[in-house]
Design a protein around this ligand. Sequence first.
Ligand SMILES: Cc1cc2nc3c(=O)[nH]c(=O)nc-3n(C[C@H](O)[C@H](O)[C@H](O)COP(=O)(O)O)c2cc1C
Length: 328
Amino acid sequence: MTAPFPSAVDQALAAAVRAPSPHNTQPWRFVVAGPRIEVWLDRSRVLTVADPAAREARLSCGAAVYNLALVLRDNGLGAQVRVLAKPAEPDLLAVIRIDGGAGRARPDRQLAEAVFRRHTNRRPLSAQPVSETCRARLRSAALAEGGVLEFLDGSSRYARVTALARQAEAVQAADERFRAESARWTGRPPESPDGVPTVAFGPPAGVPAVVPLRSSHQNPAIPTRQFEQDPCLAVVLTREHGVAADVRAGLVLQRVLLTATADGLATSCVSQPFETPGTRGPLLELFREIGEPHTLVRVGHGLPVRMTARRPVAEVTIVQSASDTSPR
Ligand SMILES: Cc1cc2nc3c(=O)[nH]c(=O)nc-3n(C[C@H](O)[C@H](O)[C@H](O)COP(=O)(O)O)c2cc1C
């Protein structure tokens, strides 16, 4: 690494690739150019059936941006994030400018520590409720990144959203193109550097789940289990719409997920209703007065499960020499 602050940059990139992404596709590339780190969308890794507009891919890159900046700051550096810094380059999703030497306060220690522990939990969660204190912390986490986290239980939207999730799952399970795409990315061996390994799957539901696990994320070889009949669900929203809002939503999502991890909570994303046209429209309409909903998060108490692997940082990073670095 030839950038300034090499060890902090290395750590930040290692953190960036720990971000979540649909089917662990890791749709990002990084360019380190002096004190700048660029985060690019890797179009070759966008799920063209489930995510044709690359919305979820941008969200994933936003989560990677959050991890990058968090770990730089945790090393005492300044990290200024500009989303969609160059309108002529719509796949350049963010530029992080590193400034200052070491010695600043490290405000987010617990979150930085959570980066390497956070994982998706597709197993049933316990009946222990998510406390109001934890909910307040998760809401504040979203607000701190310019987003909104709305818990759905106890609201009139809960039944509607969960019904849309079931409807979308049924549509996708019957769609051959969707099934083929999911099959390409799932059921991998545990050490696979991308995709979802079978060890990260959940069990088949004994009683139909209120929010169904994707059929491509179920392991039929393990015994059926009963999932929560009243799962705690929250929706990640931004007040704005458009591609910059997708990236911003990724930062919001990641801060929420890391806050949950730091609080000992298990999480999983529920994306099916965002992915089929027949459910996406009604879902957007339901939240129109708040903003744009980006993803649903199931939150609760559960046992830790296996972490999934990532491609090495070197495979997704280009380090430009100082002479290649032009002001952009
Ligand atoms: C935008 C987005 C959508 C996702 N949608 C789902 C989903 O619908 N179901 C699911 O089980 N996991 C979903 N995930 C989680 C990914 O599958 C998971 O992040 C990836 O496999 C890596 O595993 P990890 O989160 O344990 O590190 C989503 C993640 C992101 C960022």
